[in-house]
Design a protein around this ligand. Structure first.
Ligand SMILES: NC(=O)C1=CN([C@@H]2O[C@H](COP(=O)(O)OP(=O)(O)OC[C@H]3O[C@@H](n4cnc5c(N)ncnc54)[C@H](OP(=O)(O)O)[C@@H]3O)[C@@H](O)[C@H]2O)C=CC1
Ligand SMILES: N[C@@H](CC(=O)OP(=O)(O)O)C(=O)O
Length: 397
């Protein structure tokens, strides 16, 4: 890749005064998440889209002819005539970052090829979430996990200078892990969590769940979803700790003085998580009913929980990431909120809504979370992750 741009010190102010200073591409640009990426990137102060990739079925067509556009706003005019490419790095010459909304059946080798071509890959797909050298980042929770990137580059064969993969989480994990993190920050470690999801149909991509399955119905099964929520929560809420080389091969690749790290999976205070997932006939917006037990006794009251959630702020905001919500968690007092139709586009879907905070007679406290699965649950998270990575100097610009 050639990188001919003038060096810009990454601060929110000087990036804002250089609009379009960071060229990016979108993989899976015709899909549900890809479309949301394009809407958000169209108005972005730093990132400018230079290339769009999708399947060989779409490659060679004008974007407007290839896509089945499902957003409520028109296709941003600057994308309509871009020729869609196959997802190969040579078609993304000049891009520094690619955002991936690829079908998980193909994302693995494609994202790996872009990393090997020294691009920064911010992915929504599940393929690399469990990789011990790839951070799984919810931008309001654990951007500190970007510290694993030097190790990811070093242990890649051959080692990389600029390329890396960052994943964001499953959309249901993302929605509820934000208030969980706010609670751990305020009241110490959680001991156990029960979560029941009511997930929108857009979570299944396009064309998604057949209408004859979902209309007038609830489907109490989403393949692999419960396992993903239970496992991803531990990686996200856990820390990054020092580790030892695991075999001779790794040892050979690690220069003297390089400090290896690993994800500790919330090991300091083991956290039990049980998830039950349901598909419901809602277009966008995942609702989750959550009950928690705190390790520390006595636990906080529902009112203390409400106040802590409403007061939550995070590093993405203090760094000045332009897509971060002003209010990460909006707490409702009304007894019948949040609701998907009313609340899913608050702050353009960049925050989460919490309501019905109350005593739980079995665990300690229970509440309802609503998050926009295609915004903070997918594209918005990737974009904020990239903004934070730029601001921390992980992506050289
Ligand atoms: N929808 C959501 O709420 C969330 C989705 N995700 C994850 O994000 C990813 C994208 O999801 P979503 O947008 O819903 O999926 P869609 O099915 O709507 O879109 C898939 C995209 O992948 C492209 N694609 C398919 N096959 C290939 C191929 N062989 N080579 C290159 N590109 C290909 C499609 O292109 P074409 O149009 O040409 O077929 C399309 O652009 C998935 O991994 C999903 O699990 C994560 C969180 C939330
Ligand atoms: N499975 C989620 C969306 C999704 O694609 O998740 P993941 O990226 O973890 O496969 C849903 O149906 O709502």
């Amino acid at each position: 890749m050639s990188h001919s741009h003038t060096h810009i010190t990454p601060t929110p102010t000087n990036l804002a005064t250089n609009p379009g200073s960071i060229p990016v591409g979108v993989l899976g640009a015709t899909g549900t998440v890809g479309q949301r990426f394009l809407v958000l990137l169209s108005a972005h102060p730093w990132f400018v889209v230079r290339a769009l990739g999708a399947s060989p079925r779409s490659a060679g067509k004008r974007y407007a002819d290839a896509v089945k556009w499902k957003q409520t706003t028109p296709i941003p005019s600057e994308y309509r005539d871009i020729k869609v490419s196959e997802c190969k790095p040579e078609h993304f010459e000049g891009c520094k970052i690619v955002f991936s909304g690829l079908d998980a059946d193909v994302a693995g080798p494609i994202e790996s090829a872009f990393r090997a071509a020294e691009l920064a890959v911010f992915s929504n797909s599940k393929n690399y979430r469990r990789d011990p050298n790839v951070p799984l980042i919810v931008p309001y929770v654990n951007p500190s996990h970007l510290s694993i990137i030097p190790q990811q580059r070093l242990l890649h064969s051959p080692p990389l200078n600029r390329g890396f993969i960052v994943t964001n989480a499953n959309c249901s994990t993302t929605g509820y892990v934000i208030p969980l993190h706010a609670l751990e920050k305020a009241f110490g470690p959680l001991d156990c969590v029960m979560v029941t999801t009511l997930q929108a149909v857009s979570g299944a991509g396009y064309p998604g769940v057949p209408v004859l399955d979902i209309f007038d119905n609830v489907v109490p099964y989403i393949g692999g979803e419960e396992e993903k929520i239970e496992w991803e929560t531990l990686k996200i809420l856990g820390g990054v700790v020092p580790s030892e080389p695991e075999d001779g091969q790794v040892q050979a690749a690690v220069p003297a003085g390089f400090k290896l790290q690993k994800f500790d999976m919330h090991a300091a205070h083991p956290l039990r998580v049980s998830a039950s997932c349901n598909r419901v006939p809602v277009l966008d917006g995942h609702t989750e009913c959550v009950s928690v037990r705190f390790a520390r006794r006595p636990p906080p009251s529902p009112q203390q929980v409400r106040e802590a959630l409403a007061a939550f702020s995070c590093e993405a905001q203090t760094l000045g990431a332009p897509s971060a919500a002003v209010k990460v968690i909006r707490v409702h007092e009304e007894p019948d909120r949040p609701q998907p139709r009313l609340d899913r586009y608050f702050q353009d879907g960049a925050g989460v809504d919490v309501g019905r905070v109350r005593q739980c007679p079995v665990l300690d406290v229970k509440f309802v979370v609503l998050s926009n699965n295609v915004s903070i649950g997918a594209a918005t998270s990737s974009i904020i992750n990239a903004e934070v990575a730029v601001l921390k100097g992980v992506v050289p610009v």
